[in-house]
Design a protein around this ligand. Structure first.
Ligand SMILES: Nc1ncnc2c1ncn2[C@@H]1O[C@H](COP(=O)(O)OP(=O)(O)O)[C@@H](O)[C@H]1O
Ligand SMILES: [Mg+2]
Length: 361
């Protein structure tokens, strides 16, 4: 049995956004220090952490120094280049491992991995060059969505394609990057499951939740999902199967589409805390961020059950200007990320409204 890192040890986090900020706060609660590596000097996570490196993710020297100065490395941003990951992995334990990260960095490897496990996705086909477009479309049909294989988030790097005649324009609009073409699925709802996996291979998942997106950005999460127990169980089993197959130590979020016939398709996975898990900060004794830190330092996981049902709503762009009113609502849990500029589409904070319930699990 590997012994856990003792309090006082330093967790290195690659990425400096709100996920890193909330993870650093959870780490601090358990007595750990954090060192944040990100290119942005004003990163939200740096404000709440004792040590910072400001350098591009491609800076091998900075990555080397960073890895030497911490006791374990983790991520809140999974798109770190492979050569940097290799350098870091030589100098420090990395959780989740570079291999687990590698799978989820690219939509092609991700979907192929999921399908190999016998888990369904929307129909998809890789597009590496222009000549792949029509063969891919023959597999997916229309409407479809063309998504860049790498670096997409909040709907960035995606475009809907309604007909064969739109394929070329879509390909141009995403910069002719390696991509996947995906059949547009008429889902009944979107759900997600967040599962933690410990150094000792134990898994604990939060209850499946319902997610509503607006303009491709998560707008709200309701916990628990109102899917049937059977579908909820299926969703949990899918998340468990993926996290185990990845041999991932840390946290995995699995976004899924529930179809009208009750079947469940995996949309994408994220090997880190996830926006659809923010409700756990207020509605569970152990938040996704605490679970994440526990997995990364080698502590046992906690019981992920909830004491309340919850609805989490993101504050996007100028919505955060309502902070005074929101702060005045007695039953609303307000979380702001300390970002200076409320640009459109930028996640500035979130609120969670609790509905204490009997028999919550
Ligand atoms: N194949 C699809 N069919 C229908 N809707 C989709 C499909 N792919 C994505 N979407 C919608 O777009 C949202 C964002 O897409 P996703 O692949 O999760 O990218 P991101 O990395 O930006 O979160 C999804 O949550 C869903 O609402
Ligand atoms: Mg998504």
């Amino acid at each position: 049995m590997t012994s856990p890192l003792p309090p006082g040890a330093t967790i290195g986090i690659l990425g400096g956004g709100q996920l890193g900020r909330m993870a650093a706060l959870a780490a601090s609660d358990l007595g750990y220090k954090c060192h944040i590596f990100s290119p942005d000097a004003d990163a939200p996570a740096k404000e709440v952490s004792g040590a910072q490196t400001t350098a591009p993710y491609e800076d091998l020297d900075a990555a080397r120094k960073f890895a030497q100065s911490v006791d374990v490395v983790t991520f809140e941003f999974e798109n770190v280049p492979d050569d940097v990951l290799a350098v870091i992995s030589e100098l420090s334990p990395v959780r989740p491992s570079a291999e687990a990260l590698h799978v989820s960095q690219d939509r092609q490897t991700e979907k192929a991995f999921i399908n190999r496990l016998g888990i369904s996705t929307a129909p998809w086909a890789p597009v590496l060059e222009q000549s792949d477009l029509s063969t891919a479309a023959a597999q997916t049909g229309f409407p479809a969505i063309l998504k860049t294989a790498r670096l997409g988030y909040d709907g960035k790097g995606q475009v809907r394609v309604d007909a064969k005649s739109d394929l070329m324009a879509a390909w141009t609009s995403i910069g002719k990057m390696p991509s996947v073409l995906e059949g547009f699925v008429d889902f009944e709802r979107e759900i997600s499951v967040i599962v933690a996996r410990s150094v000792e291979s134990k898994t604990e998942s939060y209850v499946p939740v319902d997610n509503v997106h607006k303009d491709h950005i998560l707008y709200s999460t309701s916990a628990p999902s109102s899917v049937s127990e059977e579908i909820g169980e299926k969703a949990k089993q899918i998340a468990d199967k993926i996290v185990t197959a990845l041999n991932l130590v840390g946290l995995l979020a699995v976004e899924m589409f529930v179809m009208r016939d009750g079947s469940v398709l995996v949309n994408e996975i994220a090997p880190r805390p996830h926006n659809s898990g923010h409700w756990t900060m207020d509605a569970c004794a152990a938040s996704q961020f605490e679970q994440f830190i526990r997995a990364v330092v080698g502590l046992p996981l906690r019981d992920p059950s909830r004491h309340s049902n919850a609805v989490m709503t993101n504050l996007i762009g100028y919505e955060a200007d309502r902070w005074k009113d929101l702060a005045g609502e007695a039953s609303t849990c307000l979380h702001l990320y300390g970002k200076a500029n409320a640009l459109p589409g930028r996640k500035m904070g979130h609120v969670t409204r609790l509905f204490p319930a009997k028999g919550c699990t």
